[in-house]
Design a protein around this ligand. Structure first.
Ligand code: ADP
Ligand code: MG
Length: 719
């Protein structure tokens, strides 16, 4: 008992003073060896302001000085290595530009040549023939002879080497500007060493002791020491694990705490019955049987909405996996319980499509469905508003127009948001305010993201997944053609058109080279027009430079099957639905990202016919480009594709991650540290399960995470 009181007391008083006492918030100008001008340039070039920033300016690689290489072992592929060798000769050769110092050194396996192009005179004087030196540099070959240019040299004194030379040495990011202030990697190394010398003792542990023990983690101070100056490879690894653990831990702590607060703060409407609307729809209107994942997700939503806690659920599934039906059926349950519902889409086209889909699914006199978008006429709007306030209208479909303050519901109970990426957390919370008890929220996205990202981006949401397409759907056949197979492609197009099908041909449009892209598109159109001439063939052309009305006109011609080929830039990516279109041709496919390719391909495969996707590319393919195209050919599964996309691009470049905390992860990588993240997530869940208030003395230390801004992460960027 006594022990406990003292412990929590000390931690409490500690937290009051923590900020003021925390030396790591000290501006770098106060670090020995920094000074005004260096502090300025560190700020400007690397955004290093405080001690902590420097401490968290991690090495991006290490140089292995743990062993000496023999001359015979030297290969061009080796990184920086050290060699122990005796100087046999030195000689300045060449004139003017090609003047250089050439030194030969040997060990018991061979001779290595050392060359200098600069500082020749000075270096020439310091090198003593006959002596043994530690040579350190990047090895190469010149005239079949092992060579090092501008190596570092140090006279070898047996048994008296500085310890630093026998360990992994950190290499830091620097810039040309910094180098002018002697802040190259060595200079930064010195500053970091001096910071650690003076303040390592001030590095506070921020994880509970039992967690450290449970996961056998290095303590925090040791971790920082070893990530900068590893004792050996094992310690470096442990330091990395510890610091990654910490990053992921506090991110999850924050997210799960938000989720908890949320469920405590927001009661949820209880949908305790399944009634007329659901049953009637399910038994008499649903034109197919639900897939297993659809049933599972419905069950999850059912459970969520009975608990009296507000639901916040993310529903992921490929295009065509049947999300909309699941959303609609959930809405019917809400209506059965006396509530209104709405569904919000990012664009007018998509909203209109949802509106039509839902209308045709429920039929005309079953239940009223209304559409509200930016272009809804004022007088229709008035009627709509009235019906919503009276509670007569139960299903509203629309765009952002839905969240305007003017739109008031009598009793909104369930909200569906399509395409999470385009709406922020901000908008989600606006919807909560539409009722005293906030409505349940289901966010749907057709851009599957890997589990690790979902856990981090939407860590405060529950996640449901539809990972199986309805039965009988024919998977889209995808092939990759090179430029010399163009004739084959034309032949295939003609064959499909003869069968009555329609075709998309898509060109990339990337802002940076707009001119080139436009030329690309124009050439493409010309070639297509030549190959598919009137009157047998008709083309629709749609690109970003057209007026919306013209675009719409062309789109409509294609939808009505007045044209067979739609040549377009990526503007068609968003939401066209033409079931008769069964071929997607993507030109310069190597220039598209994986998720974009997958989205584009999703435009076909919507009808009963076998669909195809042809990826056209030049022979010049980058490694990543090749992997992208191979992936598309290999799989139709959006989740698989998103995993590979994450591996290729890294988490920071995936859509939606920029504003989130993901990019603040300096060490942990959501692509490569999946297992660690799952472990951490479980660990944090267990903590909250046992101690939701984090009130146990052993968890006291975690309060810092919420009190102190710089507990390792900047919270303001995450929430
Ligand atoms: P998503 O919203 O995930 O893109 P939709 O809900 O729009 O998918 O469904 C795509 C198409 O598949 C629609 O025409 C829908 O009626 C149909 N569909 C949905 N679920 C099934 C199912 N279980 N069996 C057969 N067809 C289905
Ligand atoms: Mg859909």
């Amino acid at each position: 008992m006594r022990v406990q009181t003292t412990f929590s007391n000390s931690v409490n008083s500690d937290s009051d003073n923590y900020q003021s006492m925390n030396p790591f918030q000290t501006p770098l100008v106060y670090l020995k060896g920094v000074g005004q001008s260096r502090a300025e340039v560190l700020k400007k070039e690397l955004e290093l302001h405080t001690f902590e920033d420097l401490l968290r300016h991690f090495p991006f690689r290490y140089i292995d000085r743990t062993r000496f290489y023999k001359v015979r072992e030297i290969r061009e592929e080796l990184p920086y290595v050290q060699v122990l060798a005796r100087i046999v000769s030195k000689e300045v050769v060449g004139e003017k530009q090609s003047r250089r110092l050439v030194v030969k050194a040997k060990d018991d396996t061979g001779i290595i040549e050392l060359v200098w192009f600069k500082g020749i005179n000075w270096i020439e004087k310091t090198i003593i023939p006959g002596k043994v030196y530690i040579l350190f540099g990047k090895p190469g070959f010149f005239n079949m002879m092992p060579q090092m240019a501008h190596p570092e040299m140090e006279l070898y004194v047996p048994g008296a080497q500085k310890q630093g030379n026998l360990s992994l040495q950190p290499v830091y990011n620097s810039t040309e500007k910094l180098k002018q202030f002697s802040l190259d990697t060595k200079g930064i190394q010195k500053l970091t060493a001096s910071l650690l010398d003076q303040h390592a003792k001030d590095i506070r542990e921020n994880l509970p002791l039992y967690i450290i023990n449970q996961f056998k983690l290095l303590n925090r101070a040791d971790a920082y020491r070893n990530i900068h100056f590893p004792g050996d490879a094992t310690l470096l690894n442990e330091a990395l694990i510890r610091l990654k653990f910490e990053e992921l831990f506090f991110l999850q702590l924050k997210l799960l705490k938000n989720k908890l607060l949320h469920t405590q703060k927001f009661k949820g409407n209880v949908f305790d019955k399944v009634g007329h609307y659901f049953n009637e729809f399910y038994h008499n209107k649903l034109p197919f049987t639900l897939t297993d994942p659809q049933k599972r997700v419905l069950k999850e939503i059912r459970q969520d909405t009975q608990r009296g806690i507000q639901m916040n659920r993310l529903l992921q599934g490929d295009v065509g996996s049947g999300k909309t039906v699941v959303a609609l059926m959930s809405m019917l349950i809400a209506i059965d319980n006396g509530f209104q519902t709405c569904i919000m889409a990012p664009t007018e086209i998509l909203a209109t499509q949802h509106y039509q889909t839902i209308k045709s699914l429920v039929g005309d006199d079953f239940i009223e469905v209304a559409l509200l978008t930016g272009s809804t006429k004022q007088k229709d709007r008035k009627v709509l508003h009235q019906k919503l306030e009276d509670g007569d209208l139960k299903i509203l479909v629309g765009t952002h127009a839905l969240i305007e303050d003017k739109v008031q519901f009598k009793n909104l109970g369930f909200v569906v948001i399509d395409e999470q990426h385009r709406f922020g957390v901000e908008q989600r919370s606006k919807l909560w305010r539409k009722n005293i008890i906030p409505p349940h929220i289901l966010v749907m996205t057709a851009t599957p993201i890997p589990r690790t990202l979902a856990m981090t981006l939407y860590g405060d949401l529950d996640v449901s997944v539809i990972d199986q397409l309805p039965a009988g759907r024919k998977p889209i056949k995808t092939v990759h053609f090179f430029e010399n197979q163009r004739l084959r492609m034309f032949g295939f197009m003609k064959q499909e058109i003869a069968l009555g099908r329609q075709i998309y041909v898509v060109y990339p449009l990337i802002q940076e080279s707009e001119k080139l892209d436009l030329k690309n598109l124009e050439d493409g159109i010309e070639a297509m027009s030549r190959e598919f001439p009137l009157p047998n063939y008709r083309l629709s052309i749609v690109h970003g430079k057209m007026k919306p009305a013209d675009k719409d006109f062309e789109m409509q011609r294609f939808i009505k099957h007045e044209t067979q080929i739609m040549v377009a830039t990526t503007v068609i990516e968003v939401g066209v639905n033409v079931p008769n279109a069964s071929v997607m041709i993507i030109e310069n496919a190597e220039r598209f990202g994986l998720s974009q390719l997958h989205q584009l391909r999703g435009r076909v495969g919507r009808g009963a016919e076998q669909s195809y996707c042809i990826l056209m590319s030049s022979h010049k393919l980058s490694n990543d480009g090749k992997i992208r195209l191979d992936t598309m050919v290999k799989t139709n599964n959006g989740f698989e594709i998103s995993e590979i996309d994450l591996q290729l691009r890294g988490p920071g470049n995936i859509e939606g991650t920029q504003q989130s905390g993901v990019v603040d992860l300096k060490l942990a990588n959501l692509a490569t540290d999946q297992e660690l993240l799952f472990k951490v997530r479980k660990c944090v869940e267990a903590i909250f399960e046992k101690d939701p208030q984090l009130a146990h003395p052993e968890n006291q230390v975690l309060h810092h995470a919420f009190e102190v801004k710089n507990a390792g992460l900047s919270w303001d960027k995450i929430s």
